[in-house]
Design a protein around this ligand. Structure first.
Ligand code: M6R
Length: 613
């Protein structure tokens, strides 16, 4: 959450690169934004980066020749969305500027202490204490780096910070613990950002800082010291992110672009995984914990939001194909619920690999003796460092806050893992081969389904659904988590209040909500749950509730009973219905959001990577 970029360069005019970097980072937080330049210029604004850019133009700061500076785009935690609470935060002398991601847990006591010492605060944020702490420590220390080190030794919590001081304008100090920072290296400059995509336009040479690192950046050099003393050298990596991957391309929104990428994501995520001698899948990252996998008595899945629903599919696959008892626990509930984890694996699913609750859950799982596995999209992320082993999603950059394509990759991976574990536990070879063959056929089915005509057809249904303020999303068995994911998506991007429910639970309460102005979206494709779900559909119709059904093409019985039907293609195996059904639900949400005039890529109050509790 929040985005940081800092630059120190030999070249003048870093303001342009800072603002461009903020645009790239905006999906991580977009309440307010700000920039501080090494001549002391500070511009802050509430709202999106475009609003900050307008202020910068109006004050002619876009022509500022400064060679270094820091910038930030915020997702508010402490203090409302106001200009005063926007970063960068300054010390009393207005010579030190700090941008901060994360949460300083002991900020209240630090602020009281600093106020008693005469420091005057300008904001309600936790972050501002850092500027004043560094101011205080700078008076007692010989350099900005040692002052930052001393300041950070007073704080508890998570931080990624970039600091500039007008006394030494060519130096940037960056430090992190629990919130990522990456250094970018060019011939003329050193950059630091909270996400590699903000660096991609400048360089492919990047260094991932580790928790406890403090970096001293100058245009031609960088050095990293440890918070507790000593120097370290971190490996430089080459990271190539193409413009094509980062831009919306021909699409009006990232969300639509990312839905259209689903077939390709599935192909890429499966490619080259079928390497074992018996022709079955062997997920490379798991090979080194093979012996551990044979011993498993239980698998606990965890994640948040969309990742949690993907994990629910994993649990279904593991139980039905590998016969392993499973549990799915929301990452934020994990520490309070799961106790002994001997002979257990905990599988954490995360697109960003940074979600604090998910990382904390996996760390807790390790402490309790579990095998810690990850299905993660972002290489080098915090979660990848916690796991004993894992599988990379290969879904590429996901920029829309609503996760779509990054749901499909983990579902496919968890299915492949379940098949592999199933083979270790007696799943017949033929069954395993058939599932993997059917999975491999799914991207082509999805590609045909996502035709222009079919999208227009979903858009028509979405236009009708978008007129309502509430909706129930219902499914049974494998389609219950799909319904929950559909409900999450539509509430996120269209602000329609929607709840995912197990269809069989309707008559135990939610049916009371149903009337002619309360619609239900019922996931009822082919397969074992269809008949019983049809009963729920009939119960809703009997109470005049409008029904939108997601059904398998040719299912005239559903079509006759529902008010609106969205047909999805028949897939070769009922397990693959999750892919066609969820694609339809994603698109339905997208078009409903567009019809209601919502900012579908950046819904209000949200941010992409949730790095706070
Ligand atoms: O990066 P993660 O997969 O760990 O993120 C988990 C959730 O924050 C995320 O899926 C969120 O619910 C999305 N906005 C859903 O569209």
């Amino acid at each position: 959450m929040c985005g940081i970029i800092g630059i120190t360069s030999k070249d003048a005019g870093v303001i342009r690169s800072l603002v461009d970097g903020l645009y790239r980072l905006e999906y991580r937080g977009y309440d307010s934004a700000g920039v501080f330049l090494s001549d002391g210029t500070c511009v802050r604004s509430v709202g999106k980066v475009s609003q900050l850019a307008a202020h910068i133009e109006a004050r002619r700061v876009h022509k500022n020749p400064s060679c270094s500076g820091v910038a930030h785009t915020r997702w508010a935690t402490h203090g409302e969305v106001t200009e005063a609470n926007a970063h960068p935060h300054l010390d009393c002398t207005k010579r030190i500027a700090v941008v901060h991601n994360g949460v300083i847990e002991n900020w209240r006591e630090l602020r009281d202490e600093l106020e008693k010492q005469g420091h005057a605060f300008a904001s309600e944020t936790d972050s501002e204490v850092l500027a004043h702490l560094i101011e205080r420590e700078y008076k007692r220390n010989e350099s900005l780096c040692t002052a930052v080190e001393a300041a950070l030794s007073c704080v508890r919590g998570a931080y990624g910070i970039a600091v500039v001081h007008l006394d030494c304008p060519e130096i940037l100090i960056a430090a992190c613990a629990g919130s990522p920072l990456i250094i970018g290296i060019t011939e003329q400059a050193r950059l630091v950002a909270s996400d590699p995509i903000a660096l991609a336009a400048h360089t492919a040479s990047m260094i991932w800082m580790e928790d406890g690192d403090i970096a001293v950046l100058e245009p031609h050099a960088h050095a990293i010291v440890r918070l507790n003393g000593g120097h370290v050298v971190r490996k430089e990596q080459q990271v190539h992110l193409s413009e094509q991957e980062l831009d919306r391309g021909e699409y009006r929104h990232y969300m639509l672009k990312e839905i259209m990428q689903i077939p390709e994501v599935l192909r890429v995520c499966m490619a080259g995984r079928n390497k074992s001698k018996d022709g079955l899948v062997w997920l490379g990252g798991l090979e080194r914990v093979k012996d551990w996998l044979y011993e498993l008595e239980r698998v606990v899945f965890t994640g948040c939001g969309t990742a949690y629903y993907a994990a629910q599919f994993g649990a279904y696959f593991f139980e039905t194909l590998a016969g392993i008892p499973t549990e799915v626990v929301l990452a934020s509930e994990f520490a309070d619920r799961v106790s002994v984890l001997r002979h257990a694996a905990v599988v954490a699913v995360s697109q960003s690999g940074e979600t604090k609750d998910t990382c904390d859950a996996l760390e807790e799982a390790k402490r309790r003796g579990a095998l810690a596995l990850g299905v993660v999209n972002t290489a080098n992320s915090r979660l990848t460092r916690i796991t004993h082993a894992g599988v990379h999603m290969r879904a590429g950059q996901e920029s829309a806050v609503a996760s779509t394509k990054a749901f499909f990759a983990p579902v496919a991976i968890l299915l492949m893992m379940a098949v592999q574990l199933g083979r270790m536990r007696g799943l017949p070879h033929q069954t395993a081969v058939q599932i993997l063959t059917d999975l491999a056929a799914t991207p082509d089915i999805l590609e045909r389904m996502l035709s222009k005509e079919w999208r227009a057809y979903v858009q028509e249904k979405a236009a009708v659904l978008s007129k309502y303020e509430n909706a129930l999303y219902l499914g049974r068995g494998l389609h219950y988590p799909a319904a929950c994911e559909g409900a999450l998506k539509i509430k996120e991007v269209s602000y329609i209040h929607a709840e995912g429910y197990a269809a069989g639970e309707m008559k135990h309460g939610p049916l009371a909500l149903v009337n002619e102005s309360f619609p239900s979206v019922i996931v009822v494709p082919q397969g074992p749950a269809r008949e019983k779900t049809l009963t729920s559909l009939a119960e809703i119709r009997a109470r005049k509730g409008p029904v939108f059904a997601i059904a398998t093409e040719g299912d005239t019985e559903v079509e006759q009973q529902a008010d609106h039907t969205i047909f999805v293609p028949r897939v070769p195996h009922p397990l693959m219905d999750v892919f066609v059904v969820t694609t339809a639900l994603d698109l339905l949400a997208y078009y409903a959001g567009v019809a209601r005039g919502c900012d579908v890529d950046q819904p209000r109050n949200l941010a992409k990577a949730v790095t706070t509790e």
